[in-house]
Design a protein around this ligand. Structure first.
Ligand SMILES: [Zn+2]
Length: 98
């Protein structure tokens, strides 16, 4: 379950805009129904299970879509994200579980 990075409300999966969907990785944009803040969600599916990270963003869903369409996440950013995930997995799980 993904929470709003601002007000910590549970986010409504129906408000999710999938930006990119790959076998082991999904990137989505969700707008909080309560405070209207936008959160980018990175879901990663690996041997440790499904990991989700929410990051506050200023982009609205159409801007995020455009940004993704024009400039796909670079390999470097993915590598950064993945090494961050493996280094900080325990902390992240704590964060996610609240
Ligand atoms: Zn919120």
């Amino acid at each position: 379950m993904v929470r709003c990075s601002v007000c910590e409300s549970d986010l409504d999966p129906e408000k999710t805009v999938i930006l990119e969907e790959k076998e082991q990785r999904t990137t989505a944009h969700i707008t909080c129904p309560k405070c209207n803040s936008a959160t980018m969600v990175f879901l990663s599916n690996n041997q440790a299970g499904i990991l989700s990270i929410g990051v506050a963003t200023d982009l609205d869903s159409s801007e995020a879509k455009r940004a993704f369409g024009r400039q796909p996440i670079s390999a470097d950013e993915i590598i950064d994200l993945h090494s961050m995930i493996s280094e900080k997995r325990n902390e992240l799980f704590k964060l996610i579980e609240g």
